[in-house]
Ligand binder design. Structure first.
Ligand code: SF4
Length: 81
C-alpha cells in the first residue's frame, strides 16, 4: 500500500488506519464514533470500521484533520499485480 491523496467522495480506493504515534486523546472517537475505537490494552485508538457512506467519511475526515499527533493515515490499496 502507498500513501494517497485524501478521498473527496465514495467509493474509497484505500483504507484509513492509525499509526503507532497515537497519544490516546480520544478525539477521533468523539468525532467519528462508528469508525474509531479505543484499545485499553495498548492505550491507543484504532480504526474499527472503514467509512461506508458520505456522512461517515465526513466524520472520519474531520478526525483526520483534527488528530493532534497526525496519527490517522490514509493508504491507497493497489489493484495492480
Ligand atoms: S485523535 Fe489521533 S491521537 Fe487522538 S486518539 Fe485518535 S488517533 Fe489517537
Amino acid at each position: 500500500m502507498t500513501e494517497a491523496p485524501l478521498p473527496s467522495r465514495l467509493p474509497l480506493t484505500g483504507r484509513f488506519h492509525i499509526d503507532d504515534t497515537c497519544i490516546d486523546c480520544q478525539l477521533c472517537r468523539d468525532l467519528a464514533p462508528d469508525n474509531f475505537e479505543s484499545d485499553p490494552d495498548t492505550e491507543t485508538h484504532y480504526v474499527h470500521k472503514q467509512p461506508e457512506d458520505a456522512d461517515e467519511l465526513d466524520q472520519v475526515l474531520d478526525a483526520y484533520e483534527s488528530c493532534p499527533s497526525h496519527s490517522i493515515r490514509y493508504l491507497r490499496i493497489s489493484t495492480e499485480e
